[in-house]
Design a protein around this ligand. Structure first.
Ligand code: ZN
Length: 417
């Protein structure tokens, strides 16, 4: 135990404090390390962060430190109070290992938060014999610090995305930076209204907003409106990923409706279990699925016709020239409008209405790495699954910033693994 104190005093030093002695708790489950102020050092006022004359000392408190050798570890320290002339009050001192009223040390919070980024929040809580609430505190501390200390710099391109996080139309608005050099989550907003997206522009300010050159979004009208207002100079691109997602949704609607109707009419259930056959790209199907798809395509069904239209649409993305892409798009929409398949016609009408924004995809193609928004969207969904069971807005907001924000971390007195 004496050596432990030597090691700590050498490798995990706090200026103005020393580790005094360590002992096992009476149940032998934890190690308690006593800390005291270094002789002659003055206490720091936690309000103005300046040294101040001492006033009195409070009862000893425990601060939980990173566990080691299977033992829980606590620092034991009696906080001093100072009589601060600057603040004209008696204030509790500031200590370098902890933050305000939290019971975990900063080092332990950083440690837990790093594990919580890799695993679900439940796992580190169990592995290190702490609670989910304390893991939440740890992540909150690290994310708050990171948001206060991050540098926004110049932002060339942003992508805005909506994501459903609970039943009953609960959505979040996510804004990503999608520059070639850096992709990260910049902002999380509640709902998917114009107000929620406006919040992002309030945070970054006029100056940064005015320099944004590209904005990627889906066809959600509130977003389109904000982009028109706030980024009128930027090239606004309807993202390929969002268009494909919308088309798949329409196709699924056609298939589900037709399948139900056929069941009611007592027809053979040829559409049963066909969902993924129709939604997946052909090249991603296994051999057996490909045979089944070939079978299915022989039927004269609405679902089959919608599927063929969707597959034909994929060709759009092969064009390099906006003009040729435009011609293809117009022809495709004409065909769909004659199809009498209402969900697909709805898509075609919407594509026609946003024709220019879609063609901007081809105008910007060489300048943006495509698929970025889709990749980030997938990561956001994985993060949401990991916080499953605690799906409040605040939890998700923290989890998303934590795993996708590339935030700076508070510095720690020593580097642990
Ligand atoms: Zn003060």
């Amino acid at each position: 135990m004496l050596q432990l104190i030597t090691i700590l005093n050498r490798c995990h030093r706090f200026p103005g404090f020393v580790y005094q002695h360590a002992r096992f708790s009476s149940d032998h489950k934890s190690i308690v390390i006593a800390v005291r102020p270094r002789k002659g050092s003055r206490a720091i006022c936690s309000r103005c962060h300046q040294p101040a004359p001492g006033y009195d000392q409070l009862a000893e408190r425990r601060f939980e430190f990173i566990p080691f050798w299977g033992f829980l570890v606590f620092l034991l320290y009696a906080m001093r109070r100072v009589d601060c002339r600057r603040c004209q009050a008696v204030v509790v001192e500031e200590v370098p290992w902890a933050d305000g009223k939290r019971t975990l040390t900063k080092a332990y919070m950083l440690f837990l938060a790093r594990w919580a980024r890799r695993l679900s929040w439940k796992e580190p809580a169990e592995a290190f014999r702490t609670s989910w609430d304390l893991v939440f505190d740890a992540v909150e501390h690290v994310v708050t610090w990171g948001l206060e200390h991050r540098v926004l710099g110049q932002i060339d391109a942003i992508g805005v995305d909506e994501i459903q996080y609970a039943k009953g139309h609960k959505y979040l608005t996510l804004v990503y930076q999608i520059d070639l050099g850096i992709t990260r989550l910049l902002w999380v907003g509640k709902e998917r209204t114009t107000e929620s997206f406006q919040g992002f522009f309030t945070i970054i300010g006029e100056e940064i907003a005015s320099k944004i050159a590209f904005v990627c979004s889906d066809m959600w009208e509130p977003y389109l409106k904000v982009i028109r207002e706030r980024c009128s100079e930027a090239l606004h691109i309807l993202d390929r990923f969002h268009i494909v997602a919308k088309m798949n949704k329409a196709l699924d609607e056609v298939r589900a409706g037709e399948s139900r109707r056929m069941a009611l009419d007592g027809l053979a259930p040829v559409l049963k279990k066909s969902r993924w056959l129709l939604l997946k790209r052909q090249e991603n199907l296994k051999d057996e699925q490909r045979f089944r798809l070939r079978d299915l395509l022989r039927y004269n069904l609405k679902s089959v016709r919608a599927y063929l239209l969707k597959e034909a649409f994929q060709q759009l993305w092969d064009y390099n020239s906006p003009a040729w892409a435009g011609k293809f798009l117009d022809e495709w929409c004409r065909q769909v409008m004659r199809s009498r398949i209402e969900p697909m016609k709805k898509i075609a009408r919407s594509l026609r209405q946003h024709r220019e924004l879609i063609l901007n995809y081809f105008r910007a193609q060489k300048l943006l790495s495509s698929g970025v928004v889709e990749g980030l969207n997938n990561k956001a969904k994985v993060t949401m699954r990991k916080s499953y069971g605690f799906r409040t807005y605040r939890t998700l907001e923290l989890a998303l910033y934590h795993s996708l924000g590339k935030l700076p971390e508070p510095e720690s007195a020593h580097e642990f693994f």
